[in-house]
Design a protein around this ligand. Structure first.
Ligand SMILES: [Zn+2]
Ligand SMILES: [Zn+2]
Length: 606
């Protein structure tokens, strides 16, 4: 139940993650106070292996759908898919203004164009302050593996909330504007009620290296190279692309671009001024034949080994413009996202087979992470010193480790909240009796322990005269995970369908993919109750019919016998007939093959 104060207004601040916890992906956090809701990020994630045929996964918007009149806006930390990817799907359900920095909005706009949608996009920059209902938002510069990333300090009626967004502490980023440490330290001085911080690298000790390190490694590779250089990286890592272009210019190479998203993002970044490419450097990918090998760099997508990407097509000789030549230097400037390792090594193997020299993250520092490691997290915690802490952006092990880090810095475990998607962190102002002059206070816990002590000695101590605990009634902000939850199951998008693929559809897809399909077609004359034609058997993905005549023949006989028996029965209940024929065929096929294909009877009437 929501608590209301004497004016009938709620005094509760609710933090509701609809995505981004126990996963790296589909980040979306709701802040709610009274009649105001603001949203931080609206991302998508990629399907898990068992989500057969699902294209992408988005958060469940039903809680927002129920509260559309309260939503004042969405603020976006940066332009990665796990923070902006679900925006088109949200906008299809309801319209809401979106606040982001220039590059972020540019990437969102591209996305909206693809979906033929429009929205109110409001440009913000680091240092800006604006309000959404009761929330006062301050935009702060941060550093990450994409340009123009920001974090947010949000004033609420209960106190300040600090959300780091995705970040690393980079003192020497490519654009020369480091994370705004002094502002973050100031927030800590002024007091932060709750911090939500990126946990992606919480299990990694040390510091994440600066993006500049990659620039130096690239320079060394370029300096020694006498052949073509092909570099795959994330298209959104504009700074990395800038480093590649800079090196190309320095070593007098032309740059060709391959891959749709690379072309799109580079055009956008050049247009917005985030990427500077001197005139005459870019060449058409279809015109590279005329350029000497030691004067060319190809920048491509596919650093994660994605099967349809430009690099994967190059590796399997399916690329129209680029064929691998012996001696080509291929650089994969990224580390595989967990789960993609196999795809990446497939591509690397194929490239080696074709005679390319492949440089990937196991070999050289050609990639640095965009997320803070343990020492950077400690730095942020020490500066911000929040009263409450909620680790975000991570699988459970990341969140847990991040909680440990906070505790190792002296935070009380009771003030740290590991939520699940759909949980509600409820913050309230309450009048409580708070102990004062803490040095004279005997903590409640110790007292209980003494009473229960078996040796009587402690009990004696408990009886000993002690100074009276002095308390004062004062307003205190408390935090707790509410019992109530909101719907936050993953919503699967398949083609044009959103949320129409559920567990039953997935179960069928799993069965179909594992054991295939057997279709039984039969035609009846229901006036005379006769089987006129069939049953015919068609199968896909089960066994090769032509080589299994006997099995198919026998299956047909069994099906026919059941259907003839059905025709003789008094009931003309097709549902019942289908169940009977399905059961009979299923048990026969299982007995003979130990397989359980999906069996689909199709009946027609003449
Ligand atoms: Zn990111
Ligand atoms: Zn992220």
């Amino acid at each position: 139940m929501r608590k209301r104060n004497k004016n009938g207004e709620t005094s509760e601040l609710r933090i509701i993650p609809l995505g981004g916890l126990n996963e790296i992906g589909k980040n979306l956090t709701v802040l709610e106070y009274g009649d105001d809701i603001m949203i931080i990020d609206c991302g998508m994630s990629f399907p898990e292996d068992e989500m057969y045929g699902v294209d992408i996964v988005i958060p469940d918007f039903s809680y927002l759908q129920r509260n559309t009149d309260k939503i004042r806006g969405i603020v976006i930390t940066h332009g990665h898919e796990d923070h902006i990817g679900a925006i088109p799907y949200l906008l299809r359900q309801f319209n809401v203004p979106i606040y982001g920095t220039r590059l972020t909005l540019g990437l969102i706009e591209n996305k909206l164009k693809e979906h033929q949608l429009t929205a109110e996009l409001i440009n913000i920059k680091a240092g800006d302050r604006f309000s959404l209902g009761v929330f006062g938002i301050e935009t702060i510069k941060t550093t990450h593996s994409i340009a123009d990333a920001v974090c947010f300090a949000i004033d609420t009626p209960l106190g300040k909330i600090f959300h780091t967004g995705d970040f690393k502490v980079d003192y020497t980023p490519v654009d020369g504007v480091p994370i705004d440490m002094s502002r973050i330290a100031q927030l800590g001085q002024d007091g932060v009620l709750l911090m939500m911080a990126d946990s992606t690298n919480a299990v990694r000790p040390g510091f994440t290296a600066s993006e500049s390190v990659v620039g130096m490694t690239l320079e060394n590779i370029f300096r020694g190279a006498e052949n073509r250089i092909i570099i795959a990286t994330f298209s959104s890592n504009v700074h990395r692309v800038q480093r590649i272009v800079d090196n190309a210019v320095m070593f007098r190479r032309k740059v060709a671009i391959s891959g749709r998203s690379m072309v799109n993002v580079m055009n956008l970044a050049i247009e917005l001024g985030y990427l500077s490419v001197p005139e005459g450097v870019l060449v058409d990918i279809n015109a590279i034949k005329n350029i000497p090998d030691d004067e060319l760099v190809i920048i491509t997508t596919g650093s994660q080994g994605e099967p349809m990407s430009a690099l994967a097509r190059i590796a399997s000789s399916e690329h129209r413009a680029v064929q691998i030549k012996r001696g080509d230097i291929v650089i994969l400037s990224s580390t595989p996202v967990p789960g993609n390792e196999k795809m990446v090594s497939n591509v690397v193997n194929k490239l080696f087979e074709k005679g390319a020299e492949v440089i990937y993250s196991d070999i050289a520092d050609i990639h640095v992470s965009g997320h803070a490691c343990q020492e950077e997290l400690k730095l942020i915690h020490s500066l911000v010193k929040p009263k409450f802490f909620m680790p975000v952006h991570g699988e459970y092990r990341h969140l847990k480790q991040h909680a440990h880090i906070a505790e190792s810095l002296g935070m009380n475990g009771n003030d740290i909240f590991i939520l699940k998607n759909g949980n509600i962190l409820s913050l309230r102002k309450e009048m409580l009796d708070v102990p004062v002059e803490p040095e004279k206070v005997i903590p409640q816990k110790v007292k209980t322990k003494e009473k229960n002590a078996p040796d009587g000695k402690a009990a004696k101590t408990a009886k000993a005269p002690r100074q009276k605990t002095r308390t004062r009634r004062m307003e205190v902000t408390t935090a707790a995970i509410a019992e109530e939850t909101v719907p936050a199951n993953p919503v699967m998008v398949d083609g044009l369908g959103v949320g129409d693929v559920g567990n039953i559809v997935l179960r069928d897809r799993k069965l179909l993919s594992e054991s295939g399909l057997v279709i039984l077609v039969a035609v009846f004359d229901m006036n005379s109750k006769q089987l006129v034609s069939g049953p015919d058997i068609v199968s896909r993905g089960f066994i090769y019919l032509r080589e299994n005549d006997e099995l198919i023949e026998k299956t047909r006989d069994i099906a026919e016998a059941v259907l003839l028996d059905c025709c003789r029965s008094t009931k003309s209940d097709w549902y019942n007939w289908k169940t009977r024929v399905r059961d009979a065929v299923r048990s026969y096929i299982f007995e003979k093959t130990k397989r359980s294909p999906v069996i689909l009877p199709i009946f027609m009437e003449v």
